[in-house]
Write a protein that binds this ligand. Structure first.
Ligand code: PLP
Length: 492
């Protein structure tokens, strides 16, 4: 017989069992829970244990009690979708300060080790084919034992360029291997693209919000960023871009992530992609396209890159294998369009060619035909994790929070109610051992200070679920502090 001392363990154990069933979808929203009598019979527990089990799950937002009908899995509230950006007069913002702000957030993140890190934008290591990549590396070394004493080819190793050109076909880009240069990740590709088309002091249009790494690169190159509002549903606002360009005639480039934007997760419709390309061609403005996440789209047939429609070399494509295949390798690539020659020389002067071993290992892996299988498993897993995290946001976060479930990738972008400061939430969450990415990192215009990005790349474990409960409490608490002036969004 159970002693009273063990009863809490027992109800918690069964509560965890049913929580797991709800998260996995085995017990879907709206489903009736077994009655108290059934729970007692099924699990040989007392009435008080069965009651505690249900009340615990009710408190945790997983069940709801209906008078005289029993407990039901809590139906999902219709998702409050992210709001369209407010029309605002575009303003050339010199990015003095963003680098420092981003650096402060990153430095704090390093100083306070997080138990649960929801701040990144990458899958957990277990989602990548570590064993297959290790074997591919061993085969590459065996095939070329003198690999470290050979000189390197300038643009990259020919078979790897060939494999990349084939991979690009998935996004409907027809590229010759000669048009590509291998880079140290997409970060180097973006840096080269910007250096090729603009001089310090010149202006580049970017989506607002945008990937903070792009803002750091712009600032480090002494370029000015023109923040163009982006819709959380369709990406860059083309009307706002036109307005901004009229006010800023010297615009040198537009840098966009049209597919699975970071942090919004949205996809630009094909009609907008074509329109943007035509506009850039007409004004002879470089179009820098970041295709990092394109292969992670899972809501339909593969997405096309803007480059797919480019017949004049106006588009510079930047991409990487970091998010889709090997987060531990700095392997990216660039197709420079009409700036190809200049980009190849800039790459040579900036960092010399990439090492051969990773390129050969990746060539081995890509030519084995394993990538499509890996991608389909990765996308399925990420979708499941996104849904679980979205479900937790929906269930646990205070009323007034908004978000949209992206059609791929790993980012979940949440708008907090009112003017709540995501930086205040970031600090408070860090005290609790949880790391998030505050909105202030993704814009210098103060437009998204009340938003935050969560990473659904981690398996949705109990630990992550507990972290989501804590984060919800932190937001609630920060909200309650807000009227006194603390926690209000501010813009440095
Ligand atoms: C949109 C976007 N572009 C580029 C990068 C950087 O890519 P890499 O790690 O290959 O340099 C990231 C990383 O988060 C990203 O989200």
């Amino acid at each position: 017989m159970m002693s009273a001392m063990h009863t809490p363990t027992l109800y918690r154990q069964w509560a965890d069992h049913y929580a797991q069933a709800i998260h996995s979808g085995a017990l879907p929203p709206g489903e009736r829970m077994p009655s108290l009598r059934d729970l007692m019979a099924r699990h040989a527990v007392s009435l008080s244990t069965a009651v505690q089990l249900c009340r615990t799950l009710e408190r945790e937002g997983l069940l709801e009690a209906r008078p005289r009908a029993g407990y039901f899995v809590r139906p999902r509230r219709p998702l409050a979708s992210l709001q369209e950006p407010q029309p605002s007069a575009p303003d050339v913002a010199q990015y003095v300060g963003i680098h420092q702000r981003v650096s402060e957030v990153l430095a704090l993140s390093q100083r306070y080790p997080a138990k649960v890190n929801l701040s990144g934008s990458c899958g957990a290591p277990s989602l990548y084919p570590g064993a297959a990549l290790r074997l591919a590396t061993q085969r590459a070394l065996r095939a070329q034992p003198d690999i470290f004493s050979q000189p390197l080819a300038m643009a990259g190793c020919a078979p790897f360029l060939q494999a990349l050109a084939q991979h690009a076909l998935d996004a409907q880009m027809t590229l010759s291997p000669d048009e590509l240069v291998v880079t140290h990740g997409c970060t180097e590709a973006l840096t080269l693209a910007l250096r090729a088309v603009a001089q310090p002091g010149e202006v580049i249009a970017v989506e607002s919000p945008t990937y903070y790494g792009l803002l750091q690169i712009l600032e480090s190159l002494g370029l000015q960023a023109l923040e163009i509002p982006a819709s959380p549903h369709t990406g860059l606002s083309l009307e706002a871009l036109e307005m901004a360009a009229r006010q800023c005639p010297g615009l040198k480039a537009v840098a966009v992530t049209p597919n699975l934007h970071n942090p919004l997760g949205c996809v630009m419709p094909d009609a907008h992609k074509r329109q943007l390309l035509r506009w850039c061609q007409r004004h002879d403005i470089a179009l820098i396209e970041d295709n990092t996440y394109t292969p992670l789209y899972d809501a339909g047939p593969p997405l096309a890159a803007i480059k797919a429609w480019d017949d004049s070399g106006q588009v510079i494509v930047c991409s990487s294998l970091h998010k889709i295949l090997a987060p531990g390798l700095r392997l990216g690539w660039i197709a420079g369009g009409k700036w190809h020659e200049r980009i190849a020389m800039l790459k040579y002067s900036q960092s010399r060619p990439n090492e051969l071993l990773p390129q050969l290992a990746m060539t081995d892996y890509l030519s084995s035909g394993a990538l499509p299988r890996h991608l389909s498993t990765l996308k399925r897993t990420l979708r499941h994790q996104r849904e679980q995290m979205a479900d937790a946001v929906d269930r646990l976060f205070p009323a007034g929070c908004r978000f949209s479930l992206p059609p791929g990738g790993m980012s979940i972008w949440v708008e907090l109610p009112g003017e709540l400061s995501s930086l205040a939430v970031f600090h408070a969450a860090l005290q609790q051992g949880i790391r998030i990415s505050p909105g202030v990192m993704f814009s210098n215009a103060g437009r998204v200070d009340h938003c935050l990005r969560l990473n659904a790349g981690l398996p949705y474990t109990r630990e992550v679920d507990r972290a989501m409960h804590t984060l919800a409490q932190v937001i609630e608490h920060t909200l309650n502090q807000a009227p006194a002036g603390r926690g209000k969004a501010t813009h440095a």
